[in-house]
Design a protein around this ligand. Structure first.
Ligand code: FES
Length: 272
């Protein structure tokens, strides 16, 4: 989303140096399909997560805790006896405990390189698609406030690793039954397992992670372990977009599953 020289590019595609083409674009395919589908998918997730995040209800059905509410850092949390919780915020926090923690995974995704491309295209039409001119007159990339704040992504990465660690713990706790006895599995355990694999795959495939693992090295030959790790992260990184969507759906499903069981729509089918 950044140009080589934002000042020089500030006239966008209509500068005198660019070819004067009257047509808004020359594409004949359905180029609008991808940004429209992206906008619909992201909007649906935003509406759903706002509803669930503010609901402050139906986020715990033993032994499962919704990933939207974990870890629970307020005293008003109804999972205090069962999950990885710490009453950091005490009793003065009267709002939904999800709000405290959702900032981190949502901030991670909001500043993610892939999601940036996705919402710049689908919501701001900047540009809407390859070879389709954007309607804006000026282009400054991410060089100014507020978009320069996208640079915090690398710090959100560290927070996301911590949250993924907590969700891993929640997945281990899902191998219990409703009386907290170990060695059991239900359909929810499988939902949690799929979710945590996808969450880790998405987190590790992050561009910041790739830089942390293999960046700032002059000679890969002198750092064979980091080179191998970088190669692995690089392979995952090539699928970052797919992992972004897959993990978005899986975390959505995991929360919705807990909601359905907690609200009594159906009982968690147990395998053993
Ligand atoms: Fe997408 Fe870091 S670039 S999560």
């Amino acid at each position: 989303a950044t140009g080589t020289d934002p000042q020089q590019n500030s006239g966008g595609v209509r500068t005198a140096a660019r070819a004067a083409i009257d047509a808004p674009h020359l594409r004949t395919d359905r180029w609008w399909l991808a940004p429209a589908a992206t906008a619909a998918g992201l909007l649906a997730f935003v509406v759903y997560s706002a509803w669930r995040g503010f609901a402050n209800a139906d986020y715990y059905a033993a032994p499962y805790v919704s990933p939207f509410y974990s870890p629970c850092l307020a005293q008003n949390c109804r999972t205090m006896h069962a999950g990885p919780n710490a009453d950091v915020f005490g009793s003065w926090w009267g709002l939904s405990p999800a709000i405290i923690i959702l900032i981190f995974p949502l901030g991670f995704r909001l500043t993610c390189y892939y999601y940036r491309k996705a919402y710049y295209r689908s919501f701001w039409a900047s540009p809407p698609a390859c070879a389709v001119a954007e309607p804006h007159k000026k282009y400054t990339g991410e060089t100014r406030f507020p978009l320069i704040l996208q640079n915090v992504h690398r710090y959100f990465f560290y927070a996301a690793v911590l949250v993924a660690g907590v969700l891993t713990y929640d997945t281990v706790l899902a191998f219990r039954d409703t009386h907290y006895r170990w060695g059991h599995m239900g359909l929810g355990t499988l939902v949690f397992l799929v979710n945590i694999v996808l969450i880790w795959a998405y987190t590790i495939s992050c561009h910041s992670c790739r830089h942390i693992v293999g960046g700032k090295l002059k000679h890969f030959s002198k750092h064979p372990v980091r080179y191998r790790a970088w190669s692995y992260v690089g392979r995952l990184n090539g699928r970052h977009m797919q992992l972004a969507w897959a993990s978005l759906f899986s975390v959505w499903l995991a929360d919705f599953y807990v909601y359905l069981v907690a609200s009594g729509v159906f009982a968690d089918p147990r395998f053993f």
